[in-house]
Design a protein around this ligand. Structure first.
Ligand code: F6R
Length: 244
């Protein structure tokens, strides 16, 4: 794993944004794997600015998102569909028909999961996957204990995740308890992965990811088995790693 240490979240966003924009310019038909949450927002802002100022085009690109809450309609400001539309897609020239997010309101959620995997395969797989990390080591919504062989599936959110994500809702009771999440095996098939982390609250998770054992009890440790992972993290998030 390559580790890029930056001074703060602004630098993290710029470093990641530059890398992503460069890859989009080099491969206009790129399939991007995208994340939601607080961590990537600055990176998305960078991509929007870059699109406006430098004309980096997404007109031939596709995207697949990692996850979506079950039960939230697309119009709900807390749905990941809404998040992606407002924080990124509406401000780029990406075609809405080529942006894919699991539908957490599908009548047949199992079929939705199977179809999502098929969709990723039809796209030829993910070229560049952007990830955040949960304090408990989750990537996407693959909580501790998830099999490394997992594919897109219905998952239950861990208590810690519900508590962490309650900041986006009016109360913890409003946080959905289930989601559709891309699996670990799906994520590991991405050709390249960039994981972002900032802030002291991620320091223990990053320490386990970089120094810990590979175990399903800590889902992000699966990334140690991937040959092309870059971690871009700030000093706070890397504060427990002494040798970089
Ligand atoms: C989001 C996702 C999650 C987040 C993680 C960190 O699509 O898959 O794994 O990346 O929960 O969230 P933040 O960035 O809010 O700290």
């Amino acid at each position: 794993m390559k580790i890029i240490k930056v001074s703060n979240s602004t630098e993290m966003a710029k470093t990641a944004g530059e890398m992503i924009a460069e890859k989009v310019r080099a491969n206009p038909e790129i399939v991007l794997g995208l994340a939601t949450g607080g961590t990537p927002i600055g990176t998305y802002q960078y991509l929007i600015e870059d699109h406006k100022e430098n004309g980096t085009s997404y007109s031939k690109a596709s995207s697949v998102n990692l996850d979506e809450y079950i039960g939230l309609p697309k119009t709900d400001p807390n749905s990941y569909y809404f998040f992606m539309k407002t924080n990124l897609f509406d401000h780029l020239d990406i075609s809405p028909e080529r942006t894919f997010i699991p539908d957490g309101t599908a009548d047949d959620l199992e079929a939705e999961c199977t179809n999502y995997e098929k969709r990723i395969a039809e796209l030829g797989g993910v070229d560049l996957q952007l990830l955040g990390i949960g304090r408990n080591g989750h990537i996407a919504f693959n909580e501790p204990g998830t099999s490394f062989d997992s594919r897109t599936q219905i998952v239950s959110l861990a208590e810690e995740t519900i508590t962490d994500n309650a900041r986006f809702f009016s109360s913890p009771e409003e946080v959905p308890t289930k989601a559709i999440s891309m699996g670990i095996a799906t994520i590991l098939e991405s050709k390249e992965i960039i994981l972002l982390a900032n802030g002291k609250s991620k320091a223990e998770a990053l320490h386990s990811l970089i120094k810990g054992e590979v175990t399903e009890d800590f889902p992000a440790s699966a990334l140690q088995r991937h040959g092309n992972v870059t971690i871009i993290a700030d000093e706070d998030a890397l504060s427990l790693i002494n040798d970089i």
